[in-house]
Design a protein around this ligand. Structure first.
Ligand code: ARG
Ligand code: ZN
Length: 853
C-alpha cells in the first residue's frame, strides 16, 4: 500500500468515458459475511470517444465469481483497483456485461460501499464506494438507469427510485432517472417509518418515509416537517419539483459524514435526523433542518444535474450549500444566519485557506477525492455563488438558474457550463470572476480613505497570499458592498456594490454633508479579510446604528477581538467603552435575542490564534485561553445586573418549540448563564440543570459548570439519565473533553477513551472524544505535547479501519506552522510518526504529506 507511489489524479487528464452505460440491473443476496451481487450492465460505445476501446471497470475488494460478455463466459483476473478487457476481446458498438461478485459487508469498517451498522445494511457510494459493491465504470459522467432486486429476510428492503414489486424476503426497485453510481443506495434492516405525503405543485402525490430503528419513531417529526418545508421551498423559490413516487430517508448510527443525497433514498447520520426536545439542542434542530434541506435540494443540484468529474465537486456542493443557506434564512432569520455562516467560514475555511491544506474551490489534482469534501469546496464554493448573484443581480440570477436547469438537465457538467449560463443570461464576460475557482487563498482587501470638499474616496487594494503550488496570484473581481453613515448614525448612502477588479481602485462618493463613517463589506459580500484601521469611535457608530445587521455585529466582533488581542499582548484592561457598548446591546429591546447572543459570543481561542498569526505574531495557546477566560469574567462582573435580568426574562414560557424565536431566547439565556456562572460558582447553572425540561437548557447549564471546573455531580447525573441514548451520550463524551482545563485535557480524553461506552469504531463517538480534544485549543496545544500525541495515536489506530474519518480528523494539525518552534517540532514529529505508520492509508497519507509540505 504505502510503498507504491500514490497516483495523482489531474483535471487536465480528463477524457470522456470510452463506454457508456444505458441500463444496470443488480441482484443482491444479502449476507453479513458473503453477500452476492449479480450485475447486468448494457454498454454502448461513446460517440464522444471515437474508436474501439478497452473496457475498464473499477472494482476493489471484490471476489469475482463469474463474468460473461453477451452471454459468453470470460475468465478475467482483476487487479487491486479493477479489471480491464482489451478492445480486441470486445464486441464493437455495444454488449452486455454480466458478473457475480461476493463481498463481506460485516467486515467493512471503512463505512464505504455496502456495510453494516448495528445489524442493518446500508451503503455510502460517494465518491468512489460503488466500486466496492461491483465492477463498474465508477465515475460520475457515466449515468444509467438502475433496476435493483434485494433478497434478504430483513423486513425493510430499500433502494433508489420507485418500488416495483415485493414479496416475502425480496423487493424490487426501479430508478427511471439516469444517475452516476455514486448516487446508488441500498438499505435493509428491521426499521420502522414515520410517514407522510406531499402533493407537488403539479399534483403528483409523493409518499414520504423516514426510516429509523424501532423506538426512535417518535424522534422524526421535526425531520419530516423540515423535509416538507424543503420540498415546498424548492418549488416556490427555484421552481424545482420532486420527480419520484416516494422519497425515503434512513437514519444510520455509523456514518462518516453528515448525510448523503442518493436518488430517492437519502441516508443520514442519525444525529441529523433524530430529535426530541429532551434529547436535542436547538443547534441540533437547526442542523437537522439545514441538512434535510441540503440533501433534498441535491435532487436537482447534484442528481438531475451532476458533476462531470470529481474536480467539479463544488458545482453541486457550493450551489447546494448556498441554497440551504437561503432556505434557513427564509425559515429563520437572514441576519442571524449570515452571521453564523460567516463564523463557520472564518473558523473552518479561512483556517484551511491560510495553511498547508489550502486548495482551489475547484482543485486541479488529488490523490484521494474524499480529502476534498472540505470547507473550501463547500463553504467557499457557496460564497462564490453568493458573489455571482451580487454581481449580476437577483433577476439575472433567477434567469441564469432557470437556464441551467433547462439546458443541463440529465447531464454531468463542469464549472465552465455553470459560468456559461450566467454569461449567456447577462452577456457579461465572467472570465475574471472564474479565477475564484482556480486560485486558492483568502484575498486581503486593504482600505484607505480620504475626505475633502464633500467628496469621500475609498481606495481599495487587493492581494491574495501565496498558497501551496501557487506563488503568484492574479486580481479577482470582488463585490464590496458599501454604505455610508453620518457621525450621528444616519444613513447617508444606502448599500452599493463596488466591483473591485484591479489591484488598486478608487471609488468616489460626492456631495456628502460631512465625513462619513463607512460600512464596508456589508453582509460579508465577499469571502475576504478586510484590513482597515478603524477608530473605536467609528466602530461605536456602526455597532449602535448600522442598518446592515451583519456589519453591526461585525463592529462588535472586531472590537472584542482587538480588546482580547490587547489583553494578550500587553495585559491591557478592556475599555469601559467596550463593556458599555455590550451593555447597550443587552438593553436594546428592539434587538433579536439570537442576534444579541451572537454579539456576546467572544472570538474562539482558535479565532484568536488565527488573528495573531495574521498580524505576524506567534500565538501562545495557554495565554490566549487565560485572557479569554479573564475577559469572560470581567465582562460578567461589569454586566452582572443585565445578565441576571436576561437570564430570568428569557426563561421559557409554554411548550418547547424549536423554531427561531424560542431558540434565540434560549441561546441568549444560556449566554447570560455562562457569564453568571463565572461569578456565582455555578449556583444558577445547577438550578437550571436541575429544572431544565429540554436539552438546550440542560446542556447549557452543564457546559457553564464544566467551563468553570465544576459540575461533577451534574455530569454523573447526566450520564445516569442518558446512558441509553447514543446521541446524547456523544455530547457527554464531547463536553468533558472540550471543557477540560488545558493541563488535564489529554488525560481527560484518555480516561474517556478507556470508558466502556467509548466505541471508537463509531465515527460520532470517535469525533466526540478525539475531535473534542482538537476543539479544546489550549488542551490540544499543551506545551507538553500530550494533546498532539493522543490525537496522533488514535489517528494511527483508526486509519487502517476507517481511513476517511482518520484523514478528515487529521486537519487538527493543519495550523501547525502558526506556532512556536517547540510546538512545531512536537507536531512535526507526530506528523512524521503518522507518515511512517506501516498501515498508512492513501487518505491519511495524502493529508499528512500535504501538511508536511
Ligand atoms: N454529498 C454529500 C453531501 O454533501 C457528502 C457525502 C460525501 N461523502 C464522502 N464520503 N466523501 O451531503
Ligand atoms: Zn452536499
Amino acid at each position: 500500500m504505502k510503498d507504491a507511489a500514490p497516483q495523482v489524479i489531474r483535471l487536465a487528464d480528463y477524457a470522456p468515458p470510452a463506454w457508456l452505460v444505458d441500463e444496470v440491473s443488480l441482484i443482491f443476496r444479502l449476507d453479513p459475511a458473503a453477500t452476492r451481487v449479480q450485475s447486468r450492465i448494457s454498454f454502448r460505445a461513446n460517440p464522444a470517444a471515437p474508436g474501439h476501446h478497452d473496457l475498464w471497470l473499477d472494482g476493489e475488494n471484490l471476489k469475482l465469481l463469474s463474468a460473461r460478455i453477451n452471454g459468453e463466459a470470460r475468465s478475467v483476473t482483476p487487479g487491486p483497483e479493477g479489471l480491464r478487457i482489451p478492445a480486441t476481446e470486445l464486441p464493437e458498438g455495444q454488449f452486455l456485461w454480466e458478473a457475480e461478485v461476493e463481498i463481506a459487508p460485516e467486515g467493512n469498517t471503512a463505512l464505504e460501499g455496502l456495510y453494516m451498522s448495528r445489524g442493518m445494511y446500508c451503503t455510502q457510494c460517494e465518491a468512489e464506494g460503488f466500486r466496492k459493491i461491483t465492477f463498474y465504470p465508477d465515475r460520475p459522467d457515466v449515468m444509467a438507469t438502475f433496476r435493483v432486486r434485494i433478497e434478504s429476510e430483513l423486513p425493510v428492503l430499500l433502494s433508489n427510485g420507485n418500488p416495483t414489486a415485493q414479496g416475502a424476503g425480496w423487493a424490487e426497485w426501479h430508478d427511471p432517472w439516469p444517475k452516476p453510481a455514486y448516487l446508488f443506495a441500498l438499505v435493509a434492516g428491521d426499521l420502522v417509518a414515520q410517514s407522510n405525503r406531499f402533493t407537488t405543485v403539479s399534483g403528483t402525490e409523493v409518499a414520504l418515509n423516514i426510516w429509523v430503528r424501532p423506538g426512535d419513531e417518535n424522534k422524526c417529526a421535526y425531520a419530516m416537517d423540515a423535509l416538507i418545508r424543503s420540498m415546498r421551498w424548492d418549488e416556490e423559490v427555484y421552481g424545482r419539483e420532486y420527480d419520484l413516487d416516494v422519497f425515503n430517508i434512513v437514519a444510520v448510527d455509523d456514518f462518516n459524514m453528515g448525510a448523503m443525497e442518493n436518488k430517492g433514498l437519502n441516508i443520514f447520520n442519525s444525529r441529523y435526523v433524530l430529535a426530541s426536545p429532551e434529547t436535542a439542542t436547538d443547534q441540533d434542530y437547526e442542523n437537522i433542518e439545514r441538512i434535510i434541506a441540503h440533501e433534498y435540494f441535491h435532487n436537482w443540484t447534484g442528481n438531475r444535474i451532476t458533476c462531470r468529474d470529481w474536480f467539479q465537486l463544488c458545482l453541486k456542493e457550493g450551489l447546494t450549500v448556498y441554497r440551504d443557506q437561503q432556505f434557513t434564512g427564509d425559515m429563520r432569520s437572514h441576519a442571524v444566519k449570515r452571521i453564523e455562516d460567516v463564523l463557520t467560514l472564518r473558523a473552518r475555511q479561512f483556517r484551511e485557506d491560510n495553511g498547508p491544506l489550502a486548495h482551489n474551490v475547484r482543485p486541479e489534482t488529488y490523490v484521494e477525492i474524499n480529502n476534498f469534501y472540505t470547507a473550501t469546496v463547500y463553504e467557499k464554493g457557496a460564497e462564490l455563488i453568493g458573489m455571482l448573484r451580487r454581481l449580476v443581480g437577483d433577476d439575472a440570477y433567477r434567469a441564469a438558474l432557470r437556464l441551467y436547469f433547462e439546458r443541463h438537465d440529465g447531464q454531468a457538467c463542469t464549472i465552465e457550463d455553470w459560468i456559461r449560463v450566467f454569461e449567456d443570461t447577462t452577456h457579461r464576460d465572467l472570465s475574471q470572476f472564474k479565477r475564484w475557482y482556480s486560485q486558492a487563498g483568502t484575498p486581503r482587501v486593504m482600505v484607505e480613505d480620504s475626505w475633502a470638499d464633500g467628496t469621500y474616496v475609498l481606495r481599495l487594494h487587493q492581494s491574495v497570499p501565496a498558497t501551496p503550488g501557487q506563488p503568484l496570484k492574479e486580481p479577482l473581481v470582488i463585490p464590496v458592498a458599501v454604505g455610508l453613515l453620518g457621525q450621528d448614525g444616519r444613513e447617508l448612502q444606502p448599500t452599493v456594490v463596488l466591483e473591485l477588479s484591479e489591484p488598486v481602485q478608487e471609488f468616489r462618493f460626492e456631495g456628502l454633508p460631512q465625513r462619513p463613517v463607512p460600512s464596508i463589506l456589508r453582509g460579508f459580500s465577499a469571502p475576504v479579510i478586510l484590513q482597515r484601521d478603524q477608530t473605536s469611535a467609528e466602530r461605536a457608530v456602526l455597532l449602535a446604528h448600522d442598518t446592515d445587521p451583519f456589519n453591526r455585529w461585525e463592529a462588535g466582533r472586531s472590537l472584542a477581538r482587538d480588546v482580547l488581542l490587547a489583553m494578550i499582548a500587553r495585559d491591557e484592561a478592556p475599555s469601559t467603552a467596550f463593556l458599555e457598548g455590550l451593555g447597550s446591546l443587552l438593553r436594546d429591546p428592539a434587538l433579536d435575542p439570537a442576534f444579541i447572543a451572537l454579539a456576546l459570543r467572544l472570538p474562539s481561542e482558535d479565532d484568536l490564534a488565527q488573528a495573531l498569526h495574521e498580524a505576524g505574531e506567534v500565538p501562545d495557546p495557554a495565554r490566549i485561553h487565560d485572557m479569554r477566560r479573564k475577559l469572560t469574567h470581567l465582562r460578567a462582573e461589569h454586566l452582572a445586573e443585565d445578565l441576571h435580568r436576561i437570564h430570568d426574562a428569557m426563561a421559557s414560557t409554554g411548550a418547547y418549540d424549536p423554531a427561531a424565536d424560542q431558540a434565540g431566547r434560549r441561546a441568549l439565556r444560556n449566554a447570560a448563564l455562562a457569564g453568571l456562572t463565572h461569578l456565582d460558582q455555578g449556583a444558577r447553572a445547577s438550578r437550571q440543570f436541575a429544572t431544565a425540561d429540554n436539552m438546550t437548557e440542560q446542556l447549557g447549564a452543564l457546559s457553564a459548570l464544566l467551563e468553570i471546573g465544576a459540575g461533577a455531580d451534574e455530569l454523573a447525573a447526566f450520564y445516569d439519565q442518558w446512558r441509553g441514548d447514543r446521541l446524547v451520550l456523544d455530547k457527554w463524551f464531547g463536553l468533558q473533553v472540550m471543557f477540560a482545563a488545558p493541563d488535564a485535557a489529554a488525560e481527560t480524553a484518555a480516561g474517556l477513551a478507556a470508558h466502556p461506552d467509548f466505541d471508537w469504531k463509531n465515527p460520532n463517538r470517535f469525533r466526540a472524544v478525539i475531535g473534542g480534544l482538537s476543539a479544546n485549543a489550549a488542551g490540544f496545544h499543551h506545551a507538553s505535547g500530550a494533546g498532539y500525541r493522543f490525537v496522533a495515536d488514535w489517528l494511527i489506530r483508526l486509519d487502517p479501519l476507517n481511513p476517511q474519518t482518520a484523514a478528515r480528523m487529521s486537519t487538527a494539525f493543519e495550523t501547525w506552522q502558526r506556532y512556536d518552534p517547540g510546538r512545531q517540532a512536537l507536531i512535526r514529529a507526530e506528523l512524521e510518526r503518522m507518515r511512517s505508520a506501516p498501515t498508512l492509508s492513501r487518505d491519511l497519507g495524502e493529508m499528512v504529506g500535504r501538511m508536511l509540505g
